[in-house]
Design a protein around this ligand. Structure first.
Ligand SMILES: Nc1nc2c(ncn2[C@@H]2O[C@H](COP(=O)(O)OP(=O)(O)O)[C@@H](O)[C@H]2O)c(=O)[nH]1
Ligand SMILES: [Mg+2]
Length: 209
């Protein structure tokens, strides 16, 4: 079995830093993959699932709670996952939304090591306007897209395959869409493989084990 850093699925994530303001953004030291998606789509659950630890990222039943960028460094694979604030939470003010947008744009301006954005979309829903806007926005900036269809455990096999096909045709992502469940672990290994492939796709070497 291949046991290079890219193949590892135990990410051993640790929270490196949290930024609420652009001044708090860290200088990028490792290749980064950002996680984006609407509030409540399952980003924190995905981080915890990849980390194999329940309490690393806070899971909230109330959407719109995360208003910071959280940087998680993987000690085993050498890349960093950046949890972006959830977008499209209806009950927040324009002013707050603008603050989020500014922080995300500041991050994108500052980082030169962003390798891909994993866009999380709810497997149960047809493609939503805000998700499609994100996909277009990434395409305009030539940022490789990884599509993750979350909460797949709540979908029938037939429906989730249909949704996967729909997204593949709609977004033409750089990698095949991944059906994922933080509850059952479905898609975890496939996602780890794709994350490593994306993180080290530009010739950057993974750390020596
Ligand atoms: N059944 C199921 N529930 C999930 C899954 N992922 C997240 N959830 C639930 O969805 C809600 C929001 O999850 P969270 O990870 O906090 O979403 P975030 O706002 O995107 O970080 C919580 O109640 C989670 O328990 C999943 O894969 N399966
Ligand atoms: Mg969250």
């Amino acid at each position: 079995m291949d046991t290079t850093a890219q193949q590892r699925t135990e990410l051993d994530l640790e929270l490196l830093t949290t930024a609420f303001l652009s001044e708090q953004l860290p200088a990028p030291a490792a290749p980064q993959i950002a996680l984006a998606g609407r509030s409540n789509v399952g980003k924190s659950t995905l981080v915890n699932c990849l980390a194999g630890r329940k309490g690393l990222a806070k899971i909230s039943a109330t959407p719109g709670k995360t208003r910071s960028l959280n940087f998680y460094q993987s000690r085993t694979t050498g890349y960093c996952l950046v949890d972006l604030p959830g977008y499209g939470y209806a009950r927040c003010s324009m002013e707050e939304r603008e603050k989020w947008a500014k922080l995300i744009e500041a991050y994108l301006r500052k980082t030169d090591r962003l390798r891909a954005v994993a866009a999380l979309v709810d497997c149960r829903l047809p493609p939503q306007r805000l998700d499609l806007e994100l996909v277009d926005w990434l395409r305009d900036r030539r940022i490789p897209l990884i599509l993750v269809l979350t909460k797949a455990d709540k979908c029938k096999q037939r429906d989730r395959e249909a949704r996967k096909k729909e997204w593949r045709e709609l977004a033409r992502p750089a990698f095949p869409p991944i059906l994922f469940s933080g509850k059952t672990g479905l898609g975890r290994e496939a996602l780890c493989r794709v994350l490593a492939e994306a993180a080290f796709s530009s010739g950057e070497s993974p750390p020596v084990p």
